[in-house]
Design a protein around this ligand. Sequence first.
Ligand SMILES: *Cc1c(COP(=O)(O)O)cnc(C)c1O
Length: 400
Amino acid sequence: MHHYPDARSVVRAFSPDEPVILNRPQAAARAARFFTEKFPGKSLYAVKANPSPDLIKVLWDNGITHYDVASIAEVRLVRATLPGAELCFMHPVKTERAIREAYFEHGVRTFSLDTVEELEKIVTACTSEAGEPALDLRLCVRLRVSSEYSELSLAAKFGVDLADAAPLLQATRQHCDWLGVCFHVGSQAMTPFAYVQALERVRAAVAEAGVVIDMIDVGGGFPSVYPGMEPPPLEDYFDVIHRHYEALPIAYNAELWCEPGRALCAEYSSLVVRVDKRRGDELYINDGAYGALYDAAHVEWRFPVAALEDDLRDADREFSFYGPTCDDADFMQGPFLLPGDIQAGDYIEIGMLGAYGAAMKTGFNGFGNAEQFVVEDEPMASLYRGDRVRPVTDNVVSLR
Ligand SMILES: *Cc1c(COP(=O)(O)O)cnc(C)c1O
């Protein structure tokens, strides 16, 4: 991959007609080191946030040894990229064939579940042809917890209710020597308290079940920085999690895990787009809802933007974006702050798209190509630079 100092130099070199993805391996490396050094347990990378093999290698080189995979395609991809990585199949609904391939061909031992049916499926899939049951399964019961402190809910779909958790934990314990409890508080959790209420629920489930627990996985949800969303420092999250984890009634040698997606890769990528047309305060750009800007369109997420031209003089004003496809839904409300004299032909950098941005591009309507370059400058925002001013009101809950 070609290296450039920054977005402007890429634009000067190519005047690209198509959107361009800029990757910052140094930013992902810094995030990985932060988690491996400061999280009081093991940090897995949730591959769905960005499955790029280049990124996965950067994370591995900076201490991330365990990977949360959710599909057989992710299992194969990470195994092919990192033969030595520990893969954890953390989607609670899998096919029997996917489980069997993961166990017998890719060395996966850790699986999550939230029903007795899934438990039976895992046990059957991992039984040998000679009928020998697997003795080395590491199973993780996914508990449903509240998403009320997060910007994106992950509460509706997965997780056993507290009322049904004890019998499932007891049944699962019969089939493994290593039993974990996992949950996900929702993505972009804006306060550490999200994890407190979840760990309280874990405590209730474990106390009622009366089984030995070997691992607690607090999932993802660790935030990144976006306009209008300034979370407290991640150290606050780690402190609160550690304190409440230490108070749980679990095995003395139990492990603490987390599975960040967004926090490890949001700073990895930005996107350079061109303005193809201007209509008042609406800019028609060449990427959108079916490209890397899915969240900007569908959940009105605001991303930082910067104009890349030197000749713009006017003060900033608020713009909305239209993407390139013919669908009215290909619209991003913003507001995005850009110089008032920006016009067709000008380029814009949109930051913080390494998580759930670059990974979600589609080819709908013939758009979706994007060249990739490595750039050496800082991401447009960072939780890891060390110069961040602590927000005045800590633990602000910003809910939509
Ligand atoms: C999506 C997901 C993650 C990562 O979530 P982030 O909010 O990006 O940190 C972690 N674990 C599971 C099970 C997930 O589905």
